[in-house]
Write a protein that binds this ligand. Structure first.
Ligand SMILES: [Zn+2]
Length: 91
């Protein structure tokens, strides 16, 4: 299930939504009292998330890449720490 980052163009509230690729994009800000429009960010598995973790991965590779190369797959997709929903344990 892909998750998407949305950001309100008005109050800049940012949140993550898990939805199918077939679901319509969200447009309304969920913040009470804000009637702004949200924009979907292309962050899943790419830009936004990697931008924050980039230096970490670079350092990780240089120091223990050989020993932990196999663990990189798990490390490259960090679970959002502030996710409101409980983590799934399937698969
Ligand atoms: Zn808003």
């Amino acid at each position: 299930m892909p998750n998407y980052d949305y950001e309100c163009q008005k109050c800049h509230h940012r949140y993550e939504v898990f939805q199918s690729m077939n679901d319509a994009k969200l447009t309304d800000c969920p913040v009470a009292g804000c009637d702004g429009q949200v924009k979907r960010l292309l962050g899943t598995g790419g830009g936004i998330i990697f931008k924050g973790a980039g230096f970490y991965q670079t350092d990780y590779r240089s120091s223990s890449y050989q020993a932990g190369a196999k663990a990189e797959g798990a490390a490259s997709a960090p679970a959002p720490a502030a996710a409101p929903a409980p983590a799934k344990s399937s698969d």
